[in-house]
Write a new protein. Structure first.
Length: 215
């Protein structure tokens, strides 16, 4: 099987952003104000955050994080405020404008695919939207998350465990078992406790104990 290229990853990012934009177009104002799976952020906040991530390159990101005194929460809040519109419709329009963007703070393209995969479900799950990312995209994110702590402590979350997807080729590690769909495994690695009920095995109790309280 041919290895996945950076161009392949960008194509997946663009497809997942477009799918999310399509789902967002169906929301009423109350849904935009609904809490997401990100503690303290509503649906509109998450979308503005995704827009910010697709709008800031490496040097602008460095200037922003330095100005925030390396406080990631402060940095994120400032960039989110810039990209959130006066209305949900304006916030959606700004997100749509970056669907095909290749701008990113770093060259870790799989991580930015992870951003839209995870945050897309942060929005969809509490709203009961059934859309899921493509298996190909989820598999790439699961592999990245299992191998590296980046924006989330995903590798640490599942260290010493055996992960096996029930719907695709993803498998990783050795130890107590954690089995579930590729999406559920990905979201658990991202620290989303909402998905613990969708995985099985002796590893569940271990990741439950490691799960951050905010999710």
């Amino acid at each position: 099987m041919a290895s996945t290229t950076r161009d392949d990853l960008w194509a997946m990012i663009h497809a997942e952003r477009a799918a999310l934009a399509g789902d967002l177009a169906t929301l009423d104002d109350a849904a935009w104000r609904a809490p997401s799976l990100c503690a303290g952020w509503d649906v509109e906040d998450v979308v503005a955050h995704l827009t910010a991530g697709a709008s800031i390159g490496r040097w602008a990101w460095l200037r922003s994080i330095v100005a925030a005194r390396f406080d990631a929460d402060r940095h994120n809040a400032r960039r989110l405020a810039e990209r959130r519109g006066a209305t949900p419709a304006e916030t959606l329009a700004r997100f749509r404008a970056v669907v095909d963007s290749r701008v990113a703070p770093t060259g870790d393209t799989a991580a930015w695919l992870g951003e839209v995969v995870v945050h897309g479900q942060d929005v969809r799950t509490p709203l009961g939207i059934a859309t899921t990312p493509s298996l190909e995209a989820m598999t790439e994110v699961a592999r990245f998350f299992a191998g590296r702590d980046f924006a989330v402590n995903s590798r640490s979350m599942v260290a010493g465990l055996r992960l096996e997807a029930t719907d695709g080729p993803f498998a990783h590690g050795a130890g107590p078992m954690l089995r579930g769909s590729t999406l559920a495994l990905t979201m658990v690695m991202a620290g989303r406790s909402r998905f613990l009920g969708e995985v099985t095995g002796d590893g569940v109790a271990i990741v439950r104990a490691r799960m951050p309280v905010s999710h």
